[in-house]
Design a protein around this ligand. Sequence first.
Ligand code: AMP
Ligand code: ZN
Length: 488
Amino acid sequence: MEMNLKIYNSLSGEKETFTPITPGKVGMYVCGPTVYNYVHLGNCRTFISFDLAFRYLKHLGYQVRYVRNITDVGHMVDDADEGEDKIAKKARLEQIEPMEVAQKYTIYFHNILKQFNNLPPSIEPTATGHIIEQIKIIQDIIDNGYGYEVNGSVYFDIEAFRQNHHYGILSGRNVEDMMSNTRTLDGQTDKRNPLDFALWKKAEPQHIMRWPSPWGDGFPGWHLECTAMSTKYLGKHFDIHGGGMDLKFPHHECEIAQSEAACNETPVNYWMHANMLTLNGKKMAKSTGNNILPEELFSGNNDILSKAYSPAVVRFFILQAHYRSILDFSDDAIAAAEKGYERLFEAIESLEKIEAGTSSTFDVNEWTNKCYEAMNDDFNSPILIAHLFEAVKFINACKEGKAGLTQSDLNLFTQTLKAFVFDVLGLFKEDECDDSNETLDNVMQILINLRNEARANKDFQLSDQIRNQLAALGIEIKDGKDGTTYSL
Ligand code: AMP
Ligand code: ZN
């Protein structure tokens, strides 16, 4: 079965048969979040897309090492080479340490992905934990003639790289076109060429996130961390690299260039790009505010929603689209997904009550093959879900006594259905018990009242203790005009 898996490779623009470098094993790297803000539903879509790939590869029997990083330094506002670090900026605005920013939003990220039933990656390295590895790669790039130092910063030399390599191989962009579309440098930068990108930036005196290096105190460029961490944990050449479509250029293009420049080896066999979740037809993004947060969905607390939706339904909504298609979020679309989800789970529940008959009116083998064919065709979850609904129809016919299966067919049918629903798609039964939220609301109200009392008594040690200990559990307390609220 596994020999038939095809993956759309962004590098070739074609679906290719998946052949791992080492038989039976898969190395997969996915760019993780920049932890300076709450992950929005768009980010979650990308991580759910790769969770599906991870789950299916495991289901096929591969031993998968899935590395997904945490970007906690080097990602500048507007993805630029100049200006402020996203995390440092947030730290300045909130008057806390940059590492407090990273910690807070990493906890939030983990908590949300857990609610969506994403499996944790095998390794989750941070950029700040791999400064030494990044410095080593910069040194190799300089030694190989593809990087240069100016005033304590180091840049990647696109002109030199182009002499022996192809810059633009992934994105299909042409260097001459990019050059003519780039404004001439306005003197603020030390780059030789506007397309050159930062490998290391000198830290100005006021810059707090800084590390010593052969080029003075500074911090690494954004693209470099992924090259350093993927190489460290998966080797110079590994199977799959994923991320959202918006990372293809420049981020992934630069990763390829860095690896080739440092190791003279192309790093990745299969590049996978997940498409965007949009809202009102526009990409969901942190920076523009055009986004919806998972917890807004779970609570229904957003004007565009008619009600709350559970994490299980949201996951189902996301998987109903193929990962390479754009998916537009709307209340109608997710309400429709909820109906489908309920129909599927009602059928699964009633499956237990079906008794085997003397003959089969459903070709279980053929149906099982179709489910595998769908997933083998570049992880086509919407087609798989369509086959699952064929199964739902059949189960309902069985309930009415209009269809049946022999015991062995019933066993295979049940096993396949459950494997695809629970193991591969990672779906799960919604928490039916609303009481638990009510209980939590009540408990939280007690804690909020205690904290408010402590503050009124100027016992800030106690009030901070309550807030911080809740934060460590992923529960955030917010003081607003209308009183204090909490969010998970
Ligand atoms: P960031 O934290 O901005 O670095 O993004 C984390 C991941 O989310 C990256 O793989 C992005 O490509 C992805 N991403 C960002 N916006 C969206 C979106 N609207 N839909 C799907 N994925 C997204
Ligand atoms: Zn990356």
